[in-house]
Structure formats: structure tokens, C-alpha cells
Design a protein around this ligand. Sequence first.
Ligand SMILES: Nc1ncnc2c1ncn2[C@@H]1O[C@H](COP(=O)(O)OP(=O)(O)O)[C@@H](O)[C@H]1O
Ligand SMILES: [Mg+2]
Length: 257
Amino acid sequence: MPLLEVIEMSHSFGGLQAVSKYNLSLEPGQITGLIGPNGAGKTTIFNLITGIYKPDEGEVRLQGTDVVGRRSNQIAALGIGRTFQEMRLWRHMTVLEHVKMARYSKLSYGLFGAFLDSPKRRMEEEALTELAMEYMQLFGVDQFADQLVVNLPYGAQRRVEMARALAMEPKVLLLDEPTVGMTPEEMEDMIMVVRKAYERFNLAIFLIEHRLRVVRELCQHVQALVFGEVLVEGTPDEVQNHPKVIEAYIGEQEIDF
Ligand SMILES: Nc1ncnc2c1ncn2[C@@H]1O[C@H](COP(=O)(O)OP(=O)(O)O)[C@@H](O)[C@H]1O
Ligand SMILES: [Mg+2]
């Protein structure tokens, strides 16, 4: 049984068929890429998998259980983590607070209990800080622990977003254009971080990416999406050199080989 399986999923916005009969199968320890021109439906697929939208048709199975119809916070708690194309961070919280915040949902006292004081709570709080430090180290943002996210360089902010997503201990991690707007050095850092994350946690990673270099470096399997349908899938080489894919990208400015 695949870790995450999407079966014949479709969705439309009014008259626009954004996703048609889409299928996906993810296994732990694999990075799968999703490429396609702007407006192809890539982010919509993430939003459908994570419960932000409910698919018109089809199934989304996490370890065999259909999660369609559950709320996005429930789906996150079940083990599907994500980051966003336009980064969503609380700009005026510190890096440490971000990563800890992600963990509160996992603790016995919850977010409400965090405001009450007890020896048990204090012990949990200490363990939490330690664990958060570990995640921050892994993503190279521990030196910024007490700084406000708003004051960090862009590349580091994106790594905080990754650390926060992983602190919820997902089984599947969806990354929506994690290198968008990055300098070449920031991009190299991000490639390293993604690789570290999946090696360390044996995750299934599903990556939307505009930069084909990133896809080639990281992904074993790639899908090319055009007008909400998978046009071609296979290894990065097979997909990138496919005439249909090359044709679909004609006129795209942002594509970066
Ligand atoms: N909430 C929405 N309401 C209406 N149309 C939407 C909505 N979200 C996305 N779309 C449309 O669906 C199509 C796919 O969008 P999107 O999934 O964001 O593409 P991509 O991420 O591949 O660039 C686009 O035509 C977009 O305008
Ligand atoms: Mg998008």
C-alpha cells in the first residue's frame, strides 16, 4: 500500500477545470516532482490533498484511509505537512517560537495548557525547546533562534518554514516552489536541506518546482502537469526532454534549466 495515494481526483472552479482525473502514489524515502507552466493546477493539487479545497471527485488515501472531507488541520495532524508558494510565517515571532508552535498540537497540555504552570508542563516545555533546537540545527537556522523571523535573510526564512513543517512530524511533506525567488547560493542550501530532511526522517516528499535543476538534483520521479492533467511522467530526464513538455513550456519566461 502506498503511503499517499491520490486516485482520479478532479476539481473545478466555476467553469474552469483546474485538475482532471489526477493520480499520484508516494512512498517513504522518495522525492517526487511536479512541474508545469504557471496556472497548470500544481498548487491546486496541494490544496486538494491538504484539505484546503475538497475535490469534486476522487480519493486521497493516507496509509489506506481516505482523508477527503477532513479539515486541513486534521489532515496535517494525520501526517501531511506542507509549505506554501507564498511563504506563510508569523513575521513577528522568533524562530524558536515558530518551531515550538508547530509542536504544541502534539503535547498533552496543548496550546491552552501552555499558559498554565505545573512541573509536568515545565518538563515538557524544556523537552520541547530541546527538540526545537534540534530541528533548527538541522535546517541551519539555530543561530537565529531568538531573532524575529522578519529580520532573517529570505533563504533562512524559507528554511524556518521547512523546520516548522517538519516539527509536526509529517510522513508526507509537500513543498510548493521552495526555491522561488532565491539566489543561486540560497537554492543550493535549500537542495541540501531537502535532501537532509528526507534522509533523516524517511519522508515522502512531493515537490512543486520551477527550476528544473532542482528537480534533476532531487527527484527520482517527475510528473509534468498541463491544464490540470498529467501529460508525461517518468525520470527527470525522460520528462524534461519529452517533446510535449518542451512544447508546453514555450512562452514561459520563468523556466530555468
Ligand atoms: N480559489 C480559486 N478560485 C478560482 N480559480 C482558481 C483558484 N485557485 C486557482 N485557480 C485557478 O486554477 C488554475 C490553476 O491554478 P494553480 O493551481 O494556482 O496553478 P499553478 O500552481 O500550477 O501555477 C489557474 O487558472 C488559477 O487561476
Ligand atoms: Mg502554484
